[in-house]
Structure formats: structure tokens, C-alpha cells
Design a protein around this ligand. Structure first.
Ligand code: ADE
Length: 226
């Protein structure tokens, strides 16, 4: 899979996407992430990519021209399955959307900044708008990093244990069950007995029950969605 990202702050993405599982995915050649500095398509020699909004009001807007040129140039070499704009007024990201996007071949992500991007880019180029939650970040970069991380780990072959993503929270609309590791007892706090007896059927039943109870207690809204 290839993910191209248009941004005025590539540095913000570089470090977050160069560690752990997402780094391994790139090292293995399963995921290619390309960061494109929007200023490459600036409207003048000063690297300008933004301006005040018509009608007045605080905050700068990312201009049509650099964005349109960037999208067109990148689209001339790659056919994108989706052109995604990260924005607080997009559809709220969930695991279902991540699953669907992880099956795509080429994605183009656009990070907004300041007040956002000129509306005409949204109308004429963007195919999907995603928010990572009901709060406002100072730019789309952290949202793009979240989206790329969530997608990248699902690409087949990326996780060491292929099955482990299947048991993530949200994969079946349930939260994941609790997990324990050594030692068996710490400060008198014991690991549940059922996990120690090697009876896989009982363990599976216990995990299902824990998932279900945990979801009812912490996120009952997920059960309403079923
Ligand atoms: N840009 C600013 N805030 C955002 C959010 N919550 N989700 C996605 N992109 C954003």
C-alpha cells in the first residue's frame, strides 16, 4: 500500500511514522509513506501557501492553487482510491473505516492548517473527509499520523502474529479483554486462575465474557450500534 501525505509540516509526521510497527511495515516493503511538502507548489518565491479568508475573520486558509497543483501532480503518477482530507467536521473515524481503508492500494491524505483549506478543494478533489474526534487540533498532521498508524498495522504481514489484530478492541464491536503477564502474583495481586490452567476452551469463554462485561461497563454505546 502507498500513502501520500500533503502537509506544510512533514517534520511532525516523520518522527511519528518512523518507529515500531509502522517503521517495520515500511522496512518490509509492505507500506510506502511519502511526505510531500505543500510549499513545493507555493504561489511565490516566499513559499506562500496560505492567505486571509474572504469576508474577514481571524485565521489563514490554505490556498486553492498549491493544493490543486499538488493533488494533480501526484494524481498524474498514482491513481488514488481515496483523497482524504483530515478535518474536525469529517466523519468520525472508527475501526470499520480503518478496516475498509486498509484494503486500498493508494491513498492521498491532505493535512489542513490554520483555518482549514479553501472549500473548492473539498468540492472538487476530496473524496472522503475524516475527523479523529470531536476536538480541534492545530493541524491535520497528528490526525494523518493516527489514521496512517491505524491502517498500516492492518496490512497483511505487518503484525508478527497475523491473528492479533483480530482480537483488537472494536474488531467485533467489543472491547478487548484484560491481559496479564509474569509474575503470576505481584504484591499479592493474582492473575485470574482460569488463565493458568491451559484449558483453551475455558480461557476463550472467559475472554468473551470479560469483553462483553467490559464493553457493557465502559462503552455501552458500542452495543447499541449492533
Ligand atoms: N484537524 C484539526 N482537528 C482535527 C480532528 N479532530 N480530526 C481530523 N483533523 C483535524
Amino acid at each position: 500500500m502507498k500513502i501520500d501525505i500533503i502537509t506544510v509540516l512533514p517534520e511532525l509526521l516523520e518522527s511519528s511514522l518512523m518507529h515500531s510497527i509502522i517503521k517495520r511495515a515500511q522496512d518490509k516493503g509492505l507500506l510506502q509513506i511519502n511526505l510531500h511538502q505543500l510549499r513545493k507548489w507555493a504561489i511565490n518565491e516566499y513559499g506562500q501557501v496560505d492567505d486571509y479568508q474572504y469576508g474577514g475573520g481571524a485565521g489563514m486558509v490554505l490556498l486553492c492553487e498549491p493544493l490543486a497543483k499538488a493533488i494533480e501532480e501526484l494524481s498524474s503518477v498514482t491513481t488514488y482510491d481515496e483523497i482524504i482530507y483530515l478535518t474536525p467536521d469529517g466523519e468520525k473515524l472508527n475501526q470499520k473505516t480503518v478496516n475498509v481503508l486498509s484494503l486500498k492500494k493508494n491513498l492521498l491524505l491532505i493535512c489542513g492548517h490554520y483555518k482549514g483549506i479553501d472549500e473548492r478543494i473539498r468540492e472538487h478533489f476530496v473524496t472522503k473527509e475524516i475527523s479523529i474526534g470531536d476536538y480541534v487540533l492545530s493541524g491535520g498532521e497528528l490526525a494523518a499520523a493516527v489514521l496512517t498508524d491505524a491502517i498500516g498495522r492492518l496490512i497483511p504481514g505487518v503484525l508478527n502474529d497475523e491473528t492479533s489484530a483480530l482480537f483488537d478492541s472494536f474488531q467485533d464491536d467489543l472491547l478487548a479483554p484484560p491481559v496479564y503477564s509474569r509474575p503470576e502474583e505481584y504484591r499479592g495481586w493474582k492473575v485470574p486462575e482460569v488463565l493458568m490452567n491451559g484449558n483453551h476452551k475455558l480461557i476463550e469463554e472467559w475472554r468473551q465474557e470479560q469483553s462483553s462485561n467490559r464493553t457493557k461497563e465502559k462503552r455501552p454505546d458500542l452495543l447499541n450500534d449492533l
